[in-house]
Design a protein around this ligand. Structure first.
Ligand code: AMP
Length: 381
């Protein structure tokens, strides 16, 4: 029987899940998204929309009543509210998994207890704890907000004793944790999936390049040894085995100077570093997510073409309507998210630059340079 899918969040991730759902009418008859922005990206391609805040209890209840199965594209939903509607609709991944993941301290504690490698960390409840933590970890460290932080906005790097008070005050009473700084040689991630029957698959390791804490480029596959890829993919599988619930998860990791892997954080949803799969892989992460939550056999995660994903971010120098972006190269796949207004570093779209025949990542990196200029946003005068 074909199901009605509810998604908390109708931004670009909800939009690309909706696109995948439209290709599976035998399993999904309709998509409804809950999103506060009228005419959100998912609604522009045919999803019905409930306009409300992501944490609005009445709106989530309405979504649950109208849907057979609910998933999410953001991790800031209210896990208690989601738990309270579990009798009305199946929720995947489970609210319990969301509750653990959306609190960085609970997430790291859970991973640590499950013998999955994470950087040294501790809970911070006072400035005294912070001073003690610094004695234990040394400098530098990262003071992090436990919840509701994304794209690095909830982190403060402390490099000297003079910064302690400033860092503590920066968070204004939020719940905090402290983490030892990892002088990593590369940031990487694994997109992993687990279906409702417990089947697990991982995509090959990819390399992520950030700019001001926002993902800029993903290089698939990561330029690391086979050994490192295998180790990271095995850690991702172990992580999926201990987490409850079904779906696609984005598992961000650091490769240390001596080629060890530690997990930075997990996103319980499709992930920006998996957008390359739309063209590079036998199954896109969006289709895989649907297969996982519907309890279907997971698709092949084989990477068929080396690919670079480049995020199109709003120019730092203006906010407002922007000139249309187009690219005509045959091995470049542009996806804009239908956002009318550009804001500094706002994710407006991405493109995948896909290798032809014998092309290597080095070739792609060279070709990328000229494409970057073509996707700079310019204001409409
Ligand atoms: P987060 O929002 O916690 O994922 O952190 C955003 C970025 O901060 C990451 O992509 C890393 O570049 C950096 N970062 C976070 N935690 C650490 C750490 N323990 N050591 C070094 N860099 C980190």
């Amino acid at each position: 029987m074909s199901k009605i899918l509810g998604i908390i969040g109708g931004g670009q991730l909800g939009m690309m899940i909706t696109e995948a759902a439209k290709k599976m009418p035998e399993y999904i008859s309709k998509v409804i998204v809950l999103d506060p922005t009228p005419n959100c990206p998912a609604s522009q391609i045919g999803a019905e929309q409930i306009i409300a805040d992501f944490k609005d209890k009445d709106a989530i209840t309405e979504l649950a009543k109208k849907s057979n199965i609910i998933t999410y594209e953001i991790e800031s939903g209210d896990s208690d509210v989601l738990k309270s509607v579990e009798s009305m609709a199946e929720i995947e991944p489970s609210p319990e998994t969301l509750r653990i993941i959306q609190d960085k301290f609970l997430q790291k504690t859970f991973l640590n207890k499950s013998n999955i490698p994470v950087p040294d960390f501790m809970k911070i409840s006072s400035i005294f704890d912070l001073e003690e933590g610094l004695k234990k970890f040394g400098y530098p460290v990262l003071l992090k907000a436990r919840r509701d932080a994304y794209d690095g906005r909830g982190n403060f790097k402390i490099e000297t004793p003079e910064q302690i008070q400033k860092a503590y005050d920066y968070f204004n009473g939020q719940q905090l944790m402290l983490e030892k700084f990892v002088p990593f040689k590369m940031e990487v991630s694994v997109i992993a999936a687990r279906n409702t029957k417990g089947q697990i698959k991982t995509y090959p390791l990819v390399e992520n390049i950030h700019e001001e804490n926002i993902l800029r480029e993903t290089i698939a596959p990561a330029r690391v040894s086979n050994n490192v890829s295998k180790k990271a993919e095995a850690i991702a599988s172990d992580t999926m085995r201990v987490l409850k619930g079904a779906g696609v998860f984005g598992i961000e990791m650091f490769v240390t100077q001596d080629d060890q892997i530690v997990i930075n954080e997990i996103a319980p949803r499709v992930h920006n570093s998996g957008h390359h799969t739309l063209q590079s892989s036998e199954t896109s992460q969006f289709e895989q997510h649907l297969r996982a939550i519907l309890g279907l056999e997971l698709g092949s995660t084989k990477l068929v073409h080396p690919t670079i994903m480049y995020n199109i971010l709003g120019s730092k120098s203006f906010e407002g309507k922007y000139k249309q972006i187009s690219l005509s190269e045959s091995n470049v796949f542009l996806k804009m998210y239908g956002k009318e207004i550009s804001k500094p570093l706002r994710k407006l779209g991405h493109f995948n630059l896909v290798a032809n025949n014998e092309e290597t990542i080095d070739h792609l990196l060279k070709n990328l340079e000229s494409l970057k200029e073509k996707v700079i946003t310019h204001p409409i005068n």
